[in-house]
Ligand binder design. Structure first.
Ligand SMILES: C[S@@+](CC[C@H](N)C(=O)[O-])C[C@H]1O[C@@H](n2cnc3c(N)ncnc32)[C@H](O)[C@@H]1O
Length: 221
């Protein structure tokens, strides 16, 4: 029977192509990676974690599913070991943007052309970092998960580097063009409005103005 994974993890699977050479950084249980191989999405995958206990957890799941010749665990801080293996695509999921940025702040990022990222905070900072490192944002998706909201950001290298506006960095160049996200932005507006009434800061006001524009645009699509 195929491994069951959460909707949050499943939302990432559609971004992986059979010819990607993938490492899942911060794999923990490695369930996503087991699923990717069992479902035939990819033939093999490297999985890394900095925490030996988390990696052990992943190793046990890999062996339980008989996949130790296809899912390869590596004890590693971020992407420090990818110079030794064939990897051009990274999955980094289920964590905050600061940890993701820390992982990507390595000279080994030069080897990577595709990033499948899933963060639950500080998305503006992550988008600005990706842009500085020469990545364009190809897809974005809002993924509710219990009390948390994750955003999937799929980024890659292209011939030219896109220039984003402040509004795009803050709210997502792809998210602000998708009418399905209207309820998300309306609820964000309500919470930003509360913050503005309490703080009366220029930054909060600017955010509200940008959100008004986003909502107006999405309503008229
Ligand atoms: C919250 S879990 C997420 C697990 C899985 N990716 C998911 O989406 O369910 C975060 C994992 O990332 C690992 N981690 C955090 N920082 C890391 C780093 N710099 N390098 C490798 N792994 C890291 C942690 O040890 C932990 O196992």
């Amino acid at each position: 029977m195929m491994t069951k994974i959460s909707d949050r993890l499943k939302s990432l699977t559609k971004y992986i192509s059979p010819d990607d050479h993938v490492m899942d950084v911060g794999c923990d249980h490695a369930l996503l990676d087991i699923y990717l191989v069992e479902s035939g999405t990819i033939d093999k995958i490297y999985v890394g974690d900095v925490n030996p206990n988390a990696l052990q957890n992943g190793k046990e799941n890999i062996i339980k599913h008989g996949l130790d010749t296809k899912v390869f665990p590596i004890l590693s801080y971020g992407i420090e070991k990818i110079s030794e293996i064939e990897v051009d695509t990274l999955i980094i999921s289920g964590m905050g943007s600061k940890t993701i940025i820390d992982i990507l702040s390595s000279p080994n990022l030069d080897k990577v052309y595709k990033l499948i990222l899933q963060s639950n905070n500080n998305w503006e900072e992550l988008r600005r970092f990706l842009n500085e490192k020469g990545f364009n944002i190809f897809h974005e998706e809002i993924v509710p998960d219990g009390k948390k909201t994750y955003i999937n950001i799929i980024a890659g290298r292209d011939y030219t580097i896109d220039k984003y506006t402040d509004k795009e960095f803050t709210f997502g160049p792809k998210l602000i063009k998708d009418p399905n996200n209207l309820p998300y932005f309306e609820s964000l507006y309500a919470s930003c409005e509360e913050i503005y009434y309490r703080s009366k800061t220029d930054t909060a006001k600017e955010k509200l103005t940008m959100l008004e524009e986003v909502i107006e645009y999405l309503k008229n699509l």
